[in-house]
Write a protein that binds this ligand. Sequence first.
Ligand SMILES: Cc1cc2nc3c(=O)[nH]c(=O)nc-3n(C[C@H](O)[C@H](O)[C@H](O)COP(=O)(O)OP(=O)(O)OC[C@H]3O[C@@H](n4cnc5c(N)ncnc54)[C@H](O)[C@@H]3O)c2cc1C
Length: 97
Amino acid sequence: LELPTADGPLMRTYTLSSSPSRPFSIAVTVKAQAGSIGTRWMFDNLKPGAHVKAYGPVGDFSLHSHPAAKYLFISAGSGVTPMMSMLRWLNDCAPWT
Ligand SMILES: Cc1cc2nc3c(=O)[nH]c(=O)nc-3n(C[C@H](O)[C@H](O)[C@H](O)COP(=O)(O)OP(=O)(O)OC[C@H]3O[C@@H](n4cnc5c(N)ncnc54)[C@H](O)[C@@H]3O)c2cc1C
């Protein structure tokens, strides 16, 4: 995302935590650490109806790249975000049960 802060645009990368099975909106799940500039700007400034520029998506950490009968997800911190997307997709589509 390109965040238009008062000091100029800041680029920050976030995982899409939403699922392609719910295609009419996309979501990111963010956590601001102490001292955060970019992510903190989102909490302080984004309101319903606001617009920010987005680039991508990029990356290939996807269930489609790792088909399996069962999954074990282990994550920490913001590492949970891709798994939120995967779990939502599994919940909606349950393709391997
Ligand atoms: C592939 C990928 C996916 C990601 N997905 C997510 C996601 O889904 N959700 C999420 O929340 N984040 C995600 N991130 C992390 C995100 O992109 C940001 O890096 C993160 O939010 C920190 O940015 P910030 O603007 O909050 O902090 P920044 O302002 O960039 O600061 C980062 C840290 O550095 C410290 N710092 C800043 N300036 C200085 C300085 N001059 N000296 C010493 N320390 C300093 C700050 O205290 C802060 O803790 C992802 C990153 C990658 C690469």
